[in-house]
Design a protein around this ligand. Sequence first.
Ligand code: ZN
Length: 1020
Amino acid sequence: MNVKHMQRFCYVILLAHFLNIGFSNPLPAEAGRLTAPVHYISMEFDLQSNSLTATSRIELPAGLNLHLSMSHLNVSRIIINGHPAEAGPGNDALDIPSSSSEQEIVLTYSKEIPPDSTTGNMISQAGITLIGNWYPVADQDMLFKLTAHIPIAFEAISEADEIIAFLINDKKQVTFRFPHPLFSINFIAGPYAVSQEHFGEEKILAAYFFPEDAELAAGYLAKAKQYLERYEEMLGPYPYNRFSIVENRLPTGFAMPTFTLLGQSVVRLPFIVDTSLGHEVLHSWFGNGVHMSPQEGNWVEGLTTYLADQTFAADAGRDTAYRKEQLVKYQSFVRPDMDLVLRHFSNVGHGDMKGQPTRAVGYNKSSMFFHMLRNKLGSDVFTASLQDFFKRSKFKTAGWSDLQTSFESVSGMDLESFFTQWLDRNDVPVLAVQQPEILNKDGYPVIHFNIVQHNDTPYMLEVPVVIKTAAEEIHKTLSVSEPLTPFEIPLASVPRTLVIDPDYDLMRQLAPSELPPTWSQFLGTANKVVVLPDEKYRALYKSLMDDLEESAIQVLLQNEVTDNDLAENSVLFLGTDGSLSRSLFAHPDHPEEGFTLDVRPNPLNPSQVAVLISAANTEQVEMAARKLRHYGKYSFLSFKNGRLQDKNIAETDSGLMIELLSLPSGIETSKSQTFDDIITRLLHYQVIYIGETHTNYEDHQLQLEIIRALYEDDSRLAIGMEMFTRPNQSVIDRYLSGELDEKSFLKESHYFKTWRFDYRLYRDIINFAKHNNLAIIALNLEKDIVNRVFKAGGPNSLDDEEASLLPADRKLDEPGYRQRIKTAFMMHAGQGQNGDFSGFLQAQALWDETMAETIVEYLETHPGERMVVIAGKGHVDRINAIPPRVARRLEVSQVVAINSIGSPSDSKTADFVFFSPPASLSAFPVLGVMLEDTENEEGVLVTALNPQGQAMEAGMREKDIILAIDDQPVNDVEDVKIEMLYKEKSASVMVRTRRRAFLFGDKELDIEVPLKSAEKTHNM
Ligand SMILES: [Zn+2]
């Protein structure tokens, strides 16, 4: 049979009906008593009326029956064994029972092929293509003897080892001889320019190209010759006498015995000679030379893909990338619930979306199967096995079991379990590394780790592993067959990175770090929604929506989308100016013209993607939408007038990578600079971030010194502070102007409620600003709003007024942001609360975006001023925290400085690192009580006492209400903190408490409590 596929041909229309013909009779034994029926076809054409008339004469050997299907023909006469006969019911089939003697069936028929036929057939002045249902089709292989009468200007081709043409009157008669039975035959004719040469031993290599493409023939012949020679050397002699490359008016990419039929639009693509042509040539061995057995599944496409496409990629040094693309494609389209197993892959299926999962199994997983088999057996044994298989199966039907037989007999190995696990399972291995650890033994490092398989039943695998040290890469192949396999590998030097399967030698599931976000991933996922900013966009994106809605996709307006919808799905945003898209990706940098498709990981769920699509107008959408399905492997596509302008695949890890060791970084001391030198450098920038660990006094000392030094050089300076929220601005202003005293400032700004940290850490900075008339800008968003976004998993729960306080543009996918926030989340929340992470991420981004927005608002309204921004180290990260979010809003020079204390840093996250001398505050004075606000206005409730504490010793009790400290009334916990702030030097305080006495009513006591300092508790 013919092998038809469209692996490399994006433009091929697949003729599915042709592949669905049943195979019910066994192949006639070539050397047995029975020979195949012989089918003589003689035909003529009327190009004007797009029709053919023909006579079929079939010689049916004794003992064989025959079923002929002719529903597609106008049959005018049937003669069986010399007697006129009627065809079967409806005239569309003929059944001839077997007989003890040879029988003869003669049919005369005609067929018209309308010019607009979509069958792949055509009869016209431009050419003739007959590739399906153009003669009475039998249910078994036959020997064909075809004679055609064609216009003198035409050349014709069919399956043939020999072609004889001569002129009769004003017609050309062409006869085709082919000694091998075929299930079906094809016929092509047209005004071809034929060029031919020899290859191998007297074999003919020919090109049938239309005159307008004749100059392409030489290139095709030269490459085809290379392929023929390559595969003859690899597999054994080419099985026929001729090979022709035939150009077709219709868009096809088919491999027939003795020729390949390539559509004109395909032939003209420059890369076809380097890719698909070789694939088609190879089908002469596998697919045509050896037929696949339909009952046993299609091994042909996988083997051909591996030995052609994958091998050509290897020639170009990109076989690793090629295999990774295969795995990405598989993972994008094949889900376990589809229950697709390789052994059941039978035909090519549809070239459209619905066929993608099947194709990912039949081409990609199958090609990986042969790759793993070759790695297991070695190249020589692998090739020798294929030669053995080809020799045994030439001109016969063969299935997976025949392949297994050859591989086992040549290798001497039992491959049953290998074949079974890859052919009969619907899952693929899901590998992970657990507990990587480096220990030292006698001064040498030993790496320990477990390879874990997250599959119901473990696979038997040979897992390639690379261990990278500073000096070398150590390659190992580890056998894994259990759910968990521990390994221990002694090394000569310290390992930095462990990589599992770096060259993509295993069929396996890719980790999120390896999987680029692609258009295919969106198309393939089961969970997806499309989001429109409003109804207007439906018309703009109509042509794209029509395509998408074929797959019953959910389309929502942005105000209907819940936080959950975003966190659980792959989301396609049509238009990038909608508020929802802006709340996740701000304004993406898309070209204004044309059509842009931009796929990113969904920041709220890394196993899903988000797609941002923007377009100039409906025409641009229409022109690009038609092409999109050919570009599934890309992460970014930009079209203009339907022509591709830009494309890329997002970079991802190569292999499953585990970073083992982060050694400390350092700087050359000769490169270190004095404080004054650095200040001089900092003066070149308009925004200066000084990161802090909130509790490190050194960091705050450094902030003060930098502010002081900058101010001395240039007084146009403001201080932006993370510690205050925007509604506090007026309170801060009133304190700085002297209108409020410090206690009132702390009270009214609710410093101790919102920020909590020891005020003395910031006091000097704030007072420096006060004395020098520097503005302090409250940068942060109201804590209550952020908390609610965190708890609800997103901003859906906010009312309109609250939502209006949020910055509209928020970018959740700054590079590395998610990973950094995730680490922080795990530290704060522990392992158990993963579900809350998308809320946490949204909340964190709200902070950074709000602070960035506030900084920009200030700078825009105060031109010429410089701002020092004081915030936690995480917020000043140069790559993904506040600085890029400021840069997105305003072109401004920015610099990041941090102290070396506490956390590692590198040149990516900060520009300057200071080395501060150690410093600390005296400990905060405490009473040794736990406090709570009371329900009424007055006093603070003691909920517990430190048993070793001073308050306990002084006679305070649980449930006492503290009314005043040193005569200053206190009505909430904040008041106590504010009062205690001033007690650091006192030896003791007088605490007025009210105590409930059971019978005698409340009584008030004045208790003197000696003060003691506590390091880190927030107890009072
Ligand atoms: Zn193929």
